[in-house]
Design a protein around this ligand. Structure first.
Ligand code: UDP
Ligand code: MG
Length: 313
């Protein structure tokens, strides 16, 4: 198991009480299993003592890398920055709040060895308040229905990736919640494994009720991104062509009336509707073509360099 370098990427937002304990737990697991590791902590604009604690750990253990973001950018950017500043052939992500148990790491790595590209934890026995587990169940269920993915717990913090997968994720906004969908739609083999989940002992959850309102919009984004990411012109173009065609038929009818009866017989509203449909339709078609140009922009450069204030490697 010490063949590959394993990068453990951990986003941190105000987790001062948990960081050291988490570090000790991880060290225990990697030593026992002879894992060749590297830990990348990403400080997502913490306002407590998290960063000072990280600096201290970094002095003790050179296998720790710290990436300090300039301020708070959210979990997606924190993870993305961690991916871009890690070197492992295998990447593990986990939450810093001790809810995920590092003891699961060897099992996740083993599953990657069995041919999976991404292995996602499943908090089957979850220790969170119902205000969180219920919306989460509903969200997971709807996403499974819309996207056809088989995973039960999309947004588990504990995941293992082959490097090629993270190289093809461009996380921003709340996309981190749908990583398994984003990966599977790129034909990566996605698996899941039941993991231990512990109650949060220190600090607070960083996500409140607003999470549920945003959830619905996120789902639309992801369905769109994964369904049409490669071909936005098909999405916009199909609707555009349909609308223009209806508009065109109305135009033909109005022209027929004018030519053969000499008047359009109080059909002005219909004339306007026809014109409107054609204009909207053509706009949608051109929007699709613009989106197509965006998709084809080369996005190889590091995406998070601009957010980073300091790096301790
Ligand atoms: N986190 C972060 N930026 C944020 C929110 C959270 O880096 O804007 C980190 C947080 O420190 C923790 C992980 O992401 O390590 C998961 O956060 P949390 O435990 O609050 O999420 P929950 O368990 O409530 O889903
Ligand atoms: Mg948590």
């Amino acid at each position: 198991m010490n063949k590959f370098l394993i990068s453990i990427v951990i986003p941190i937002k105000n987790e001062e009480e948990s960081i050291e304990k988490l570090y000790l737990e991880i060290i225990d697991v990697v030593k026992k299993n002879k894992i060749n590791y590297q830990i990348v902590f990403v400080d997502d604009g913490s306002t407590d003592k998290s960063y000072q604690i990280l600096e201290k750990l970094h002095k003790l253990d050179k296998k720790i890398k710290i990436v300090k973001l300039r301020g708070w950018f959210g979990k997606s950017i924190a993870l993305q920055a961690g991916f871009e500043n890690s070197n492992g052939e295998i990447i593990i992500t986990m939450d810093a709040d001790l809810q995920d148990n590092p003891i699961e790491i060897p099992k996740l790595i083993k599953m990657l060895g069995e041919g999976y590209d991404l292995v996602s934890g499943w908090k089957k026995n979850r220790h969170d308040p119902i205000s969180k587990t219920l919306p989460s169940k509903l969200g997971n269920w709807t996403t499974r229905l819309l996207t056809g993915i088989k995973i039960h717990d999309l947004n588990c913090g504990l995941k293992a990736y082959k490097r090629v997968v993270v190289e093809n994720l461009h996380l921003y906004g709340e996309l981190y919640k749908y990583i398994p969908v984003l990966a599977e739609k790129q034909n990566f083999k996605v698996g899941e494994i039941i993991v231990i989940h512990r109650p949060r002992k220190y600090g607070k959850s960083k996500f409140g009720w607003q999470r549920n309102i945003k959830g619905f919009l996120d789902m639309l984004t992801v369905t769109f991104l994964t369904g049409y990411m490669k071909k936005p012109a098909h999405f916009f173009g199909t609707i555009g062509i349909m609308l223009s065609f209806i508009g065109f038929l109305i135009g033909v009818y109005i022209t027929y009336l004018r030519v053969f009866t000499g008047t359009i017989q109080y059909r002005q509203p219909l004339l306007f509707l026809g014109m409107l449909l054609m204009i909207i339709g053509i706009q949608l078609i051109t929007t699709g073509l613009l989106a197509e140009m965006l998709v084809n922009l080369d996005q190889k450069e590091n995406l998070t360099e601009k957010y980073i204030e300091e790096k301790l490697f």
